[in-house]
Design a protein around this ligand. Structure first.
Ligand code: PLP
Length: 231
């Protein structure tokens, strides 16, 4: 073990707290979720030993392959989720970040009911309206939330997630994060429901997490800045 993973985690923890403080928020308010896709069990456990409490994967298969070898931790499904894969991860993950259709929500609801659990989810918003990206259009998000609250008693909506388009200058992404934060605040104040409990705004990756925190993110999803480049 080289200790590089630990050093990277300490550096990111320091930066995220500094940025939050500068933005007038409190230290420790932003959760660091380590994105472990393509990483080995040893690398992941090293990160957990270094203090990581939350890990994110983007493929159901990888969660299934690694699950039993990883120390106790909270699991996040952060990638696009096919409906036929929901049944494999429903009993393993603590939060699904990528709900963007009623069909997916209904499948999650059905599988959660079979396991007698309430599944926490985020609505993924496609703030930049990129054709290549998943996520519900900002103007359709309210509708999707209403539908889920009406027909999915085994789902609790905890907030929103967004992925900004890649920009050479991360500052250019501020507008997408700001737009998502606006929606987040609006829904949190306007929608009253026992299964809507907004407390998570998942925004920011290795190259743009500082901007995301400045714009209000309280959960950052970091892979390369912790583990190095993916092959
Ligand atoms: C891979 C991935 C990340 C992390 O990306 P890095 O640039 O490696 O930090 C964050 N969110 C999602 C949805 C991802 O798929």
């Amino acid at each position: 073990m080289t200790g590089i993973i630990k050093e990277n985690i300490e550096r990111i923890n320091h930066i995220k707290d500094e940025v939050a403080l500068k933005a007038g928020r409190s230290k420790g308010e932003v959760l660091l979720c380590a994105v472990t896709k393509t990483r080995s069990v040893d690398e992941i456990n090293e990160a957990i030993e270094a203090g990581i409490t939350d890990i994110g994967e983007n493929k159901a298969q990888e969660i299934m392959d690694k699950y039993k070898y990883i120390r106790p931790v909270r699991w996040h499904m952060i990638g696009h989720l096919q409906t036929n894969k929901v049944k494999y991860i429903i009993d393993k993950v603590d939060l699904i970040h990528s709900v963007d259709s009623k069909r997916l929500a209904e499948e999650i609801n059905k599988r959660a009911a079979q396991h007698g659990k309430i599944m926490d989810i985020l609505i993924q918003v496609n703030a930049a309206m990129e054709e290549s990206k998943f996520g519900v259009a900002a103007e359709d998000a309210k509708n999707l939330i209403d539908e889920i609250l009406a027909s999915c008693p085994h789902i609790r909506i905890k907030g929103l997630m967004c992925m900004a388009p890649f920009e050479d200058d991360p500052k250019s992404t501020a507008v997408y994060f700001a737009k998502t934060k606006q929606l987040y605040d609006k829904y949190a104040s306007e929608i009253q429901h026992e299964r809507l409990d907004f407390s998570i705004l998942s925004m920011g990756m290795s190259h743009d997490f500082e901007v995301a925190i400045q714009e209000g993110s309280n959960l950052i999803r970091i892979g390369t800045a912790i583990f190095g480049d993916r092959n």
